[in-house]
Design a binder for this molecule. Structure first.
Ligand code: ZN
Ligand code: ZN
Length: 312
């Protein structure tokens, strides 16, 4: 079962020859969620071999160009490819106006419906849910309304041991109950404890996307124990005044949030093009949170499945 992040764009406002502006794709069980859509996102989707028809949900963190300028081109290409299925776009209310401008001018022959789902930038809220995943938005602090996104894989029922079914001749309706944690009572009244019949399910995996934001400790509470955390690191700590002024974070601050949140792994990106040596930003972050990597366009990050442990 996939839980795989692909980074399509990792630069900040000024793209470079190696880094496109922000865009990520998260694959949860072959459902593909596009997060931010900087200029050139459709080229990166092509380059890294994503099927356009698989993208049905797009999440926009805020309305700065490096996170949204790719949207008109992508919508246009969807149409040229003959898309019929609805496209859902999640973002702050202001995004609707931006989308309307484009759709009024270029969207007359659109073959599919574009559904806009407003996201409030001042509190945490569930914005999407299916059988596999729940997606929440949460507030960031930036120069304009901005939200992060938290993807939580749903936990499944316990797994029943195959040999137990045969041994106790367990029927289908009992199997359902046992998977939900109940003990089994045999026909002669013997109680078989659930933990001897089942093994724990896999933990639900989580991914949090935090771009762009001023450092603020309360962010860590929103994403506590997240497995994989992407946090912007536009600046180095020596430029933290500039970070504060522009409402961005430094590599050290991103690492501070990862540590406070007890994250499993930290990815940093959205680097200012002023830094030629990205290793320096990673080193800075690693002094605070060791499991840190700098993302590059095309990099993929898999979160592996781990079974829960039963309480003894
Ligand atoms: Zn940005
Ligand atoms: Zn921004």
């Amino acid at each position: 079962m996939s839980f795989l992040l692909t980074v399509l764009g990792s630069s900040s406002a000024l793209p470079t020859s190696k880094r496109y502006p922000s865009a990520h794709v998260l694959n949860v069980h072959e459902h593909f969620f596009l997060i931010d859509c900087g200029e050139g996102t459709q080229l990166q989707l092509r380059k890294f071999k994503f099927r356009f028809s698989k993208i049905n949900h797009i999440f926009i963190s805020h309305l700065h160009g490096d996170h949204v300028f790719g949207l008109p081109g992508l919508i246009s290409t969807f149409n040229l490819l003959g898309r019929k299925s609805e496209l859902c776009i999640y973002g702050h209310m202001d995004l609707k106006q931006y989308l309307s401008c484009f759709l009024n001018q270029f969207g007359h022959d659109l073959l599919f419906n574009v559904k806009f789902i407003p996201v409030k930038a001042n509190h945490q809220m569930i914005i999407f849910e299916n059988n596999q995943v729940v997606i929440e938005s949460f507030p960031l602090r930036h120069r304009i309304p901005a939200t992060g996104f938290l993807f939580r894989e749903k936990e499944k029922d316990r797994n029943i041991r195959k040999e137990a079914i045969g041994k106790y001749d367990i029927g289908i309706s009992d199997i359902v109950r046992i998977k939900q944690g109940e003990d089994y009572i045999t026909r002669d009244g013997q109680i078989i404890p659930n933990h001897t019949l089942t093994i724990p399910p896999y933990k639900g995996r989580t991914y949090a996307y935090c771009s762009d934001t001023l450092y603020h400790k309360s962010l860590a509470e929103r994403i506590r124990n997240v497995d994989l955390l992407y946090h912007e690191a536009t600046f180095m700590d020596k430029d933290k005044k500039l970070a504060k002024l522009t409402m961005h974070s430094t590599a050290a601050q991103a690492a501070g949030i990862a540590k406070l949140a007890n994250a499993g792994r930290l990815l940093i990106g959205h680097f200012s093009s002023r830094y030629k040596d990205i290793d320096a930003l990673v080193s800075e972050a690693k002094t605070i949170f060791a499991n840190t990597d700098a993302v590059e366009d095309g990099n993929q990050y898999h979160v592996s499945q781990q079974r829960k442990k039963d309480e003894k």
